[in-house]
Design a protein around this ligand. Structure first.
Ligand SMILES: NC(=O)c1ccc[n+]([C@@H]2O[C@H](COP(=O)([O-])OP(=O)(O)OC[C@H]3O[C@@H](n4cnc5c(N)ncnc54)[C@H](OP(=O)(O)O)[C@@H]3O)[C@@H](O)[C@H]2O)c1
Length: 333
């Protein structure tokens, strides 16, 4: 890092197909000055999320990312200077810092965070990933002890926590992930009861073997064919928590939706509900109390995948979409 310089990674072109390194460019700008109501932040860790790719398609729960702008992304940062009440140098915050060394952000768009070690937990288990897993599973999925919970992208940041919380709540926990090694890791290290390798082909059959009594809660991170296979094996009155649709992010979305919508939802009296974690922020402390106690007692294992260097951010996101990561991937800036 050079003195007085703000390195930034720009999205130079919105991808029509798969995301590649050619869609990004590193650039340099002066370190910005905060305006009234803003803080100048030194970015410490940048969160890599499958959703970064989805934002390139258009506006969602947030504005679309546009070409020739600093790539958007959540980050944990330290306040360097502040023209905002309630924020002082040294404070640690979370916000959309973007992929850069420094950012000026209005204080109203920042959450002040406690100073904990390791700081990376503020992006993983105590950050968006942990809160999404907690509220999506417990508030939307509503699992009861003894039920079968299935989660896709199970070795990823949200999924790895969902499956472990399901176990903590006394459920049978089944993960769907890509590759034998990831599946073995889910059962041997994270305590999942079973894991299904969707890259092995026969997902429907493997899922049937792993969940012989059917599925009561499906936590859907991926959509597409995996959602279709789960829908067909849901038990009556089951719940599907729609968290994301990774299978549709990196390229053009599939032309046809999963079969079974709405037919199977009607016959099986299913509840299929989408959610956005931001809607739960007022209840954040409730989740943090549980998550902290589970981590402290060793019931919840935290898996992180930290990559050094701002310049590696594009490659790290492209790799995440291809399934390189286990647990929460982030960049140490
Ligand atoms: N609703 C909300 O408020 C909210 C908040 C945060 C995240 N999300 C969503 O939650 C989901 C999980 O996010 P995350 O941050 O935990 O991602 P992540 O698991 O860290 O990374 C993505 C993983 O998805 C898997 N994957 C990639 N392409 C796939 C495909 N075509 N089919 C099946 N799996 C595929 C890959 O693992 P494999 O090796 O297993 O393929 C990859 O490691 C995403 O859909 C995200 O958008 C929603």
């Amino acid at each position: 890092m050079k003195d007085g310089v703000n390195r930034q990674i720009l999205l130079v072109e919105k991808p029509a197909g798969k995301l590649g390194p050619q869609h990004f460019r590193m650039s340099e700008a002066p370190i910005p000055e905060p305006r009234d109501g803003e803080a100048l932040l030194r970015v410490r860790y940048i969160s890599l999320d499958a959703a970064n790719r989805a934002w390139m398609h258009g506006a969602t729960y947030r504005a679309a990312v546009e070409a020739n702008t600093v790539m958007a992304g959540g980050g944990v940062a330290e306040v360097v200077s502040s023209k905002a009440a309630g924020l002082a140098p040294g404070d640690i915050v979370f916000g959309d810092t973007g992929w850069q060394d420094y950012a000026t952000v209005p204080a109203r768009h920042l959450s002040k965070l406690p100073k904990i070690e390791p700081m990376t937990y503020l992006l993983s288990v105590y950050g968006i990933a942990g809160l999404t897993a907690y509220f999506g599973l417990l508030d939307v999925g509503k699992p009861k002890a003894g039920e079968t919970v299935v989660v896709s992208a199970a070795a990823g940041s949200v999924g790895s926590i969902v499956g472990q919380i399901a176990r903590i709540k006394g459920c049978r926990s089944i993960g769907i992930a890509g590759g034998k090694d990831k599946c073995a890791w889910l059962t041997s290290e994270l305590g999942f009861d079973a894991a299904v390798d969707y890259k092995d082909g026969a997902v429907f059959k493997a899922l049937k073997a792993a969940a012989p009594d059917g599925i009561d809660v499906y936590f859907d991170n991926v959509g597409g064919d995996i959602l279709e296979a789960c829908l067909a094996q849901m038990n009556n009155h089951g719940r599907i928590a729609c968290c994301g649709a990774i299978s549709q992010y990196d390229g053009a979305p599939s032309a046809t939706g999963p079969r079974g919508v709405p037919g199977l939802i009607v016959v099986k009296r299913l509840v299929m509900q989408g959610f956005i974690v931001m809607d739960y922020m007022e209840r954040r402390n409730e989740a943090l109390r549980d998550l902290q106690s589970w981590v402290a007692t060793g019931k919840l294992k935290v898996q992180e995948d930290v990559i050094e260097g701002l310049e590696n951010t594009p490659k790290a996101l492209i790799g995440l979409l291809a399934g390189e990561n286990r647990g929460k991937r982030m960049i140490k800036v």
